[in-house]
Design a protein around this ligand. Structure first.
Ligand SMILES: Nc1ncnc2c1ncn2[C@@H]1O[C@H](COP(=O)(O)OP(=O)(O)OP(=O)(O)O)[C@@H](O)[C@H]1O
Ligand SMILES: [Mg+2]
Length: 252
C-alpha cells in the first residue's frame, strides 16, 4: 500500500520530522517523527495528556509547532501562518475534533452542508444530494430536518463525522471518533473509516483509546509517550509487541 516496490520510495501523505511543541514549561512533544503512507490508516495511541490532540491539531493549523517539519502531501505546513496558506490543505483534509460540537442553531442538514456552502459553488440540489448521501453512509437517512438537540450523543457524533467527510477529503483525521459510543455504534464508525479507505483511497489518522476500533481500522499503530513515538509498527507487530506500556494499554 502506497509503496513503490521497484524504486523503493514510499508515497507519504504525512511526514513529520523532529516535531517539538511546548506550552510554557510543559514540553508536550520533543522531536517526534512519524510518517503515514498514502491510502493507509495510522492509529495513534497514548495515555491522556500524551499529546495526541496537540499532534493532530498541527496537521490542520489549529496549533503551530515550535520546531520541526510537518509535511502534508509533500508541503511543509509548519511555517504556515495565514488561512490563505492553509486553504488547499483544508480542502483536502477532514478533521473530526475531539468532542466535535455541531452548530446548535442549525439543522442536521445545514450542519453537514455547511462546508459545501463555505468551500464550493454547488447549487442547493447538489448540496441536498451530497448531504443525503453522507447521511446514508452513517445510517442516519432522513434526519436532515432534525435539530442536534433532538439527537442522541452518538448520533451527534456521527453527524459530526458526516460533516467532516462531506467535502470528500483525501486525508481524514479523527480525534477519538468512538468515545462515549456503544460497541455497535462505534463499529459503524470503524466500518466507515474502512469504507473510505477502500472506496476512496482515503488516508486516515485515528486517535483513539478504543482498542477494538484500533484493531478494526489500523494498518499501522504508533504509541506516543514522553513526547515521542514509543513504538510504531504494523497492526500485527503491535499486537505482539513486548513493550510493557503498549501491552498495558492494549490488554489492561
Ligand atoms: N492550547 C493549549 N494550551 C496549553 N496547554 C495545552 C493546550 N493544548 C494542550 N495542552 C497541554 O498539552 C498536553 C497534551 O494535551 P493533549 O490534549 O494533546 O493530550 P491527549 O493525548 O490528546 O489527551 P486525551 O487522551 O486526554 O485527549 C497536556 O498537558 C495539555 O494540558
Ligand atoms: Mg486528546
Amino acid at each position: 500500500m502506497g509503496t513503490d516496490e521497484q524504486s523503493g520510495t514510499r508515497d507519504l501523505a504525512i511526514e513529520i520530522r523532529g516535531l517539538g511543541k511546548s506550552f510554557d514549561d510543559n514540553v508536550v512533544l520533543r522531536g517526534l517523527d512519524l510518517t503515514v503512507e498514502r491510502g493507509s490508516t495510522m492509529v495513534i495511541l497514548g495515555s491522556s495528556g500524551s499529546g495526541k490532540s496537540v499532534l493532530v491539531s498541527m496537521l490542520v493549523g489549529l496549533l503551530s509547532p515550535d520546531e520541526g517539519e510537518v509535511l502534508v502531501d509533500g508541503v511543509d505546513v509548519a511555517p504556515f501562518e495565514t488561512a490563505e496558506q492553509w486553504r488547499s490543505i483544508w480542502l483536502k483534509t477532514g478533521f473530526l475534533f475531539q468532542g466535535a460540537a455541531l452548530f446548535d442553531s442549525m439543522t442536521v442538514g445545514e450542519n453537514i452542508g455547511f462546508p459545501l456552502r463555505q468551500h464550493t459553488d454547488l447549487g442547493e440540489a447538489e448540496i441536498a444530494e451530497r448531504v443525503a448521501r453522507v447521511l446514508s453512509w452513517i445510517d442516519l437517512e432522513g434526519t436532515e430536518g432534525k435539530m442536534p438537540s433532538e439527537l442522541s450523543g452518538g448520533m451527534q457524533k456521527r453527524v459530526g463525522l458526516a460533516r467532516t467527510i462531506v467535502l470528500e477529503p483525501q486525508i481524514v483525521i479523527y480525534d477519538e471518533p468512538t468515545t462515549g459510543l456503544d460497541p455497535l455504534t462505534s463499529d459503524t464508525i470503524s466500518e466507515l473509516v474502512l469504507r473510505l479507505q477502500k472506496e476512496q483511497q482515503v488516508t486516515s489518522v485515528v486517535v483513539t483509546h478504543d482498542v477494538r476500533c484500533a484493531f478494526l481500522v489500523a494498518n499501522r499503530v504508533a504509541m506516543l509517550d514522553a513526547g515521542c513515538v514509543l513504538v510504531e509498527g504494523s497492526l500485527d507487530q503491535i499486537k505482539e509487541s513486548p513493550v510493557p506500556k503498549l501491552r498495558a494499554f492494549l490488554y489492561g
